[in-house]
Design a protein around this ligand. Sequence first.
Ligand code: GLU
Length: 400
Amino acid sequence: MAFVADRLNAVKPSATITVSQKARELKADGKDIIGLGAGEPDFDTPAHIIEAAKKALDDGFTRYTATNGIPELLDAISEKFKRENNLDYAPSQIHVSCGGKPVIFNAFMATINRGDEVIIPAPYWVSYPDITVMFGGVPVFLDCPASNGFKMTPEQLDEKITTKTKWLMLNSPSNPSGAAYTADELGKLAEVLLKHPHVWIFTDDIYEHIVYDDFEFHSIAQIEPRLWERTVTMNGMSKAYCMTGWRVGFAGGPENIIKAMTKVQSQSISHTAAVSQVAATAALNGPCDFISKNNKVFKERRDLVVSMLNQTSGLNCPTPEGAFYVYPSCAGVIGKSTENGQKILSDEDFVTALLEREGVAAVHGEAFGLTPHFRISYATSTDLLEEACTRIQRFCASLR
Ligand code: GLU
């Protein structure tokens, strides 16, 4: 009898985590590696957030907290939703967990029955399908190629909805493509969703603040308030606030689902770290001018990477509206071989050979459900990015 539970049979380890870990290990072995695998800002957590955390520890704030989060943080999140998204979520309609991933995990564990379908537009963040599968759900993929700006159309969405559809996953700006839906585009998707009242919407807004070229972010329940009662709006501190390691994600939603998510959490992690909750409260209530400063740097890096990759033979790199990823096509190198005769038959072969030959770590597109592509996170120093793109150019030029 197998020791590992059947439910894990169809679950893959997270490709983003695997690539980041591999790059870390190779570096620790003394190899010259440029890690563009992890979606993690290279900026430090702002000093006022760290100070608030230090003070909390000095004041002895080291004990268990309420499962759903400390009242000050729930208030700060409630105010954030109102201030930034014009969304009304009372503290009792808010759930706090250890990052975005556990929020999705709690929501899906609380709601997915065997056979329930989750519509996942591809390319998607690697964890959506696997969390779905873990709870017996069925991911239903919807192809959003670069020619559609990596976005779904209302017609495509309508076609995929069945009586078994439980959730639609939305993620704008998207990981891995950086594509973001305009208010108008969201409005058109909302029209379809209004026709199907049994479908819930899980919107992962974690890249909300990281947008460029005057793009205006909107969240679906803000655009169509009639969807509020079946939308979970997720966000978190990791990306814009440069707080990846603090592990704070949160969601607003109707009280019945928030209660169910809290029940799950009460039997698992209890709550995220007390000190992280204080830090997140200080972050949401404090100054946030650093976000636009960081975005300026991210935008310069985006433009650099897009331009250098578009000058690379065999690659084609669309310009994303947000997040800190690019998702170039590598269709032009498929079928070629490296100098030592390794055949590049897939995007996975491409990133593997790139890591071996040039020490650049990126994530293969197959993990995000749209091939042949690869994802580069440009949340790293401009010098390193320039060097990485030079290596990618050299590698692609060497393929025959
Ligand atoms: N979300 C980031 C990424 O896609 C962090 C790693 C993860 O949790 O997947 O790289």
